[in-house]
Design a protein around this ligand. Structure first.
Ligand SMILES: [Zn+2]
Length: 233
């Protein structure tokens, strides 16, 4: 039988979506691969069920022998973080998450991570570095990745921004929500975070599930309706 076709999406030079929905499985949130000079990082990790497809995509996208050094988690939910342990072990990568959610990740809490919604089990993962400040910067050679605490959808939700090709790229996680008591969501925080997201004036939005939006206007057009909905919560 011929091998299944590889499925990944180039977003910009050095930026690919390597996991998520039609790429791997609908249970995976979007997994983005970013090449910073001689090393690569992942934004989120998928749920872990189609780990090997993500690994194959990474291998195809990156120049040979490029190390994957960090996995930046946007939040603890199963579809974003369930695969972090396997990917961290595969690459010897550090895992970064917000301190508000580190315990749930390290304990593999099936309820707050939403794993139980999927009838799945959350694989515990050790968090190498906990984000504690509202804004923290990571330097990769001349490249900067900025972590920003944007609570609401979950208490320790993070978004990441990076400058690529002269554009501000926003890894905006679950901009679309939902806001749910089981997830310890907070409607007021969610609204304020959406306002801050708009204020970033990003040129490219890499969303957690719903695709990639290019151009400041398209990014704003995507975020605004969620802000309007949040204002009514
Ligand atoms: Zn989520």
């Amino acid at each position: 039988m011929p091998a299944a076709p590889l499925r990944f999406m180039r977003v910009l030079d050095g930026l690919w979506q390597v996991g998520g929905d039609v790429i791997t499985t609908p249970e995976d949130a979007a997994v983005y691969l970013v090449l910073f000079g001689g090393e690569a990082v992942l934004i989120d990790a998928g749920c872990g069920k189609h780990h090997s497809k993500i690994v194959t995509n990474i291998q195809v996208c990156l120049p040979p022998k490029t190390p994957v050094t960090h996995i930046f988690l946007t939040h603890c939910h199963y579809d974003h973080a369930g695969g972090a342990r396997k990917l961290a072990e595969k690459y010897g990568a550090q895992v970064i998450a917000h301190e508000a959610e580190a315990e749930w990740l390290e304990q593999g809490d099936n309820s707050v991570t939403g794993a139980s919604w999927y009838g799945a089990t959350m694989e515990p993962v050790r968090i190498s570095r906990r984000i504690t400040r509202p804004v923290e910067r990571f330097s990769f050679g001349g490249h900067i990745l900025t972590a920003r605490h944007m609570p609401g959808h979950s208490p320790g939700s993070l978004v990441y921004t990076a400058g690529m090709e002269g554009k501000t790229v926003l890894f905006g996680q679950d901009v679309h929500g939902p806001v749910s008591p089981q997830l310890f969501s907070n409607a007021k925080d969610y609204r304020e975070s959406l306002e801050k997201l708009l204020g970033l004036g990003a040129d490219v939005l890499c969303e957690g599930h719903l695709g990639v939006f290019k151009g400041k206007k398209e990014v704003e057009k995507f975020i605004r309706p969620y802000l309007a909905k949040a204002a009514r919560m």
